[in-house]
Design a protein around this ligand. Structure first.
Ligand SMILES: Nc1ncnc2c1ncn2[C@@H]1O[C@H](COP(=O)(O)OP(=O)(O)OP(=O)(O)O)[C@@H](O)[C@H]1O
Ligand SMILES: [Mg+2]
Length: 249
């Protein structure tokens, strides 16, 4: 059983990709516990296993070995249908590409996720509107994705990820397509949402400034956790950058 307060528990996670040549050991026995309302950033060089870890946590792929529990649920013991439902109801996933539905406007993109699950339309739209207000897009609710800037589209995707009051939000380089000023606003928003909604957030990033918004920064190298940093705020960006630079050495 997971500890009290732990929402996401990963134990000895191994992922080996079979290839035509030498198999790739993308994750080499990773263990990580994340508390309710905690915001963890995952950093590491390209190829260190960040996306692989996030995909496994999201039940989007199967590990070679190890376990993953979310709110005490063994997601690897679920069948595909159960896992899909669990993901939809208890998890929010944010990618670098915003993945919004182009024919739907902002509020419909956010509301859709609960309407699929049979939620009352009026209630879903009301909740989606409140979330869009929360991400400062109250004035853009009826815009379709193509009429929104990159930062605005990512804020719609964040509102969508929050729509089901998820236990865990997973984000893979959510600011990868944004300039540093807009990226900063997204990190600040993720940190604030994590705190005021008591939502656990795990976000992959290359940006040390972004990572300083997290409670804890976990650094990966060759599929292993090699360092953990607890930044005290944006002023620690250079400290995080220095520790990150050490990974390459
Ligand atoms: N489907 C796959 N088949 C074979 N190898 C893979 C596959 N997906 C990833 N890998 C390999 O596993 C390792 C980890 O990949 P992963 O995508 O998790 O890295 P990452 O840390 O997210 O990198 P980046 O910062 O470039 O996104 C890499 O060596 C990669 O080449
Ligand atoms: Mg990646």
């Amino acid at each position: 059983m997971p500890l009290m307060g732990v929402v996401l528990e990963v134990r000895d996670l191994v992922k080996v990709y079979p290839t035509d040549g030498v198999p790739v050991r993308a994750l080499d026995a990773i263990s990580l516990s994340v508390e309710k309302g905690e915001f963890v950033a995952i950093m590491g060089a390209s190829g260190s296993g960040k996306s692989t870890l996030l995909h496994l946590m999201g039940g989007l792929d199967q590990p070679t070995a190890g376990s993953i529990h979310i709110e005490g649920n063994d997601i690897l013991a679920m069948n595909d249908k159960e896992r899909t439902l669990f993901r939809r109801r208890r998890m929010g996933i944010i990618f670098q590409a915003y993945n919004l539905i182009p024919t739907l406007d902002a509020i419909e993109n956010v509301a859709l996720v609960t309407m699929i699950d049979g939620s009352d339309t009026a209630h879903a739209m009301e909740k989606a509107a409140a979330l869009l207000e929360r991400v400062d897009l109250g004035h853009r609710m009826r815009h379709r994705p193509q009429a929104l800037s990159g930062g605005e589209q990512q804020r719609v995707a964040i509102a969508r990820a929050m729509m089901n009051d998820p236990a865990v939000v997973l984000a893979d380089e959510p600011t990868g397509n944004l300039d540093s000023q807009h990226a900063q606003a997204i990190w600040r928003l993720l940190a604030a949402l994590s705190k005021d909604r008591d939502c656990t957030v795990v976000a992959v990033t290359h940006e040390s400034t972004g990572a300083t918004f997290a409670d804890r920064v976990v650094m990966l190298k060759d599929g292993r956790v090699v360092d953990t940093v607890t930044p005290g705020g944006e002023q620690d960006a250079s400290m995080v950058a220095a520790r990150y630079a050490q990974l390459a050495s």
